[in-house]
Write a protein that binds this ligand. Structure first.
Ligand SMILES: [Zn+2]
Length: 293
């Protein structure tokens, strides 16, 4: 993946090193929450892509709960590989979506801000812990990225982690696009008046659509040869049986994470990612009109 050829975004806010100093002061209490749904979802995606047992990833993430809170607050330098990578991928989603919005939707794209954090972070959707994984908050239109998760991927998968990390960003940007287009608002409304089963079904469609939108970004990145067949093959070659069943066995923290708990089966996720990837057209991502997911 040639992320260093992508344009760096100006919309990244670096809050690393600030995490444990924010809020009411008890960072150990903040760390007691369980793994957020967003973190679980991403762990499963990573498991899918790299054929790593998600339980292994989850145990790493949840084990950080008991780690002692950092005593000294040392601000991480802004210029490092992680932030350069995130800025580049986000910049590329901005360029790609600006073009798609103009051509396919005849309107301008308003990019999201992206907050890098470790420790914990306060969003308009509530506080999130170090183990939350990436999530999107519609109330402040920001993507939140937990850098501990990125570091773990780099330690285990090396260069191969890049596409998984880019995919995670593109999926969250997908939620931002749903927010811009009013889809998430409509779905929230529908959910409030529906049964639990119907609400679950709607959540699955929202998540699969975000996967499809990540695929649309992938289509254009691959067209410009910034991601290769090898990156994509990794994502598609694998359809393990880890979907909602697995997710629902995990405990959920009490904090607010606007990521849905239900993401569909792994096979459905691959199908919709592939659909966006092949079509490069936002119209192909209408999971709500689809009879079969
Ligand atoms: Zn999601």
């Amino acid at each position: 993946m040639k992320w260093d050829e992508m344009r760096e975004s100006d919309n990244v806010e670096d809050e690393r090193g600030n995490g444990s100093s924010s809020g009411s002061g008890s960072s150990s209490a903040n760390l007691l929450g369980g793994l957020g749904a967003g973190g679980m979802a991403i762990a499963v995606i990573i498991g899918l892509i790299f054929k790593v047992d998600p339980a292994q990833i989850l145990s790493f993430l949840t084990s950080t709960k008991t780690a002692p809170a950092p005593q000294a607050l040392v601000k991480t330098p802004i210029k490092d590989r992680d932030s350069a990578f995130v800025k580049s991928v986000l910049g590329d989603t901005e360029d790609t979506w600006a073009k798609i919005f103009k051509q396919q939707l005849k309107t301008n794209y308003q990019p999201p801000k992206l907050v890098l954090f470790d420790g914990s972070v306060n969003s308009a959707c509530g506080s999130a812990q170090t183990s939350a994984g990436p999530f999107y908050c519609p109330a402040d239109s920001k993507v939140y990225l937990d850098m501990g998760f990125f570091k773990y991927l780099e330690a285990t998968a090396g260069d191969d982690a890049d596409f998984a990390r880019a995919y995670a960003i593109a999926h969250e940007v997908g939620h931002h696009i749903q927010n811009l287009r009013g889809t998430s608002g409509k779905v929230r409304q529908l959910k409030s008046g529906s049964s639990k089963t119907q609400a679950n079904e709607l959540s699955v469609r929202i998540e699969l659509q975000a996967d499809c939108l990540a695929g649309v970004w992938g289509h254009f990145a691959s067209q410009r040869q910034l991601i290769g067949d090898r990156d994509i093959a990794k994502a598609l070659d694998t359809a393990t049986q880890i979907g909602d069943d697995y997710l629902q066995k995990q405990s959920r923290g009490g904090h607010v994470i606007p990521e849905s708990f239900t993401h569909g089966t792994s096979q459905q996720r691959v199908t919709w990612f592939k659909r966006g990837l092949e079509a490069g057209n936002i119209d192909q991502c209408d999971t709500f009109a689809a009879q079969q997911l």
